[in-house]
Design a protein around this ligand. Sequence first.
Ligand code: G4P
Length: 528
Amino acid sequence: MSKALAREVDKRRTFGIISHPDAGKTTLTEKLLLYGGAIQMAGSVKSRKAARHATSDWMAMEQERGISVTSSVMKFEYKGHEINLLDTPGHQDFSEDTYRVLTAVDSGLLVIDSAKGVEAQTLKLMDVCRLRNTPIVTFINKLDREGLDPLDVMADIEEHLKIECVPLTWPIGMGQEFKGTWNIYKNELHLFSAVHEGKTQEGLVFNDVNDPRLEEYLGEFAVQLRDELELLEGAGNPFDKERYLNGEQTPVFFGSAINNFGVQEMLDAFVELAPAPKSRPTTTRDVSPYETDFSGVVFKIQANMDKNHRDRIAFMRICSGKFTRGMKVKHHRVGKDFTIANATIFMAQDRTGVDEAYAGDIIGIHNHGTIKIGDTFTTKEELKFVGIPSFSPEHFRRVQLKDPMKRKQLQKGLEQLAEEGAVQLFRPISNSDYILGAVGILQFDVIVHRLKEEYSVNALYEPCMITTARWISSEDEKVLADFKDYYRSDLAVDAEGCLAYLAPNPWKLESAQERYPKVVFSTTREIR
Ligand code: G4P
């Protein structure tokens, strides 16, 4: 291991934001980019979002696609750290990609609206984080509005997300009476003030919370603060970095993203606490980011804007070694050498050519469909990274063809679009239907439009009686054969030939699980 390589790895932080729509992810992202100097003006991330969500019309989406590619990864520097913020698309864009992005990060930032507490999408995303015990820092947002009692918000997180909360800052009042935050470990008071753009914000330092000067700044809120801190000290757990790194405990910060308040304190702690790139498992061994031989894994494929060139961008997370422009690597699934001549690195709003990159960095590689999700690239040893799964879809449609002569094109289109990973294609074993499964329903519209635009196929959807899917396996071949016989009409194979049970309703799934205890029903499947 070279010292220079270790230095580069150690300063990297690669993370994603976990939140429910409207909790403030976009607003917070923008403030983080301001601190990183990656954008100069407040409002630029916001306006992109407005454009992206103004319409779900495909042409508009097509135009926006270039933008969403660049905003998929936002790289910026902060206090000597190289930060890769991976976008976790929400709203209508919500798809399997959102889940899969979380398998490519080393840590997460959970954003909670203080008036709402834990919401549905947060629960789902945290489930994915739990698969890998991803360390999570929490930011409780919108303290400038009336919200729930901070203790209740933390109790809600503990109960629903099964992670212990340890506040590192504590809010003083809320809404109209929001006074600021107290930094519990530094004994520092941050008085609330409205937007201060990217400027750093110094706290007022006190010896301890009993300092009588506190009354000068907070009036009667000083007593309330002391009482609440005493309560926390008695009831709460101390911060334990190991437990944070194991995903068992989350440090909690309070603030208001729109006012850029509490953000810097959170970011400072984040770069200090969050892990540098970690080792990643392969089918044969764990690969350390400090190994000098290059390795990387693809976790996302995105179609390019220009539909005349059906090229795609593969997002690769570098797992070890140093990437240099024009590097020759082995594409193991295909068994061929591959020269990465045109890799792109994503800087906030621009894409630029990349000369070198290290573990934790994400590079984009243009290709014409040769690269698939889960593909591993290395310079030497033959490896296959694991931990980039498919997630079981939650919405289903049966595809209907308007022109039966176009069946071949339909199949090719669906297979290729499914390879990009935003939808899954299932073929029932008892008939010749095409069933699409998705995690977010916008993807269905996208597929119909793209089939027409890119494959000249007019397709439409029929509703179908499927509510959930599970991948099926069993060590007992006889049991599996019996299961297949019994549930034949509800079974299908996915695009990689794996067997799935498409349940018409949750009760039928439950009864199948009871009837066949030796069959494993999985909600995720490793991509081959
Ligand atoms: P998202 O990406 O998680 O969906 O959330 P986003 O940042 O777009 O924020 C959702 C709404 O919450 C926005 O209001 C935003 O201005 C507001 N917001 C974000 N942070 C705070 C905060 O700290 N305090 C308060 N009071 N509001 C906050 P909007 O009305 O939907 O949009 P806009 O008209 O402000 O653009």
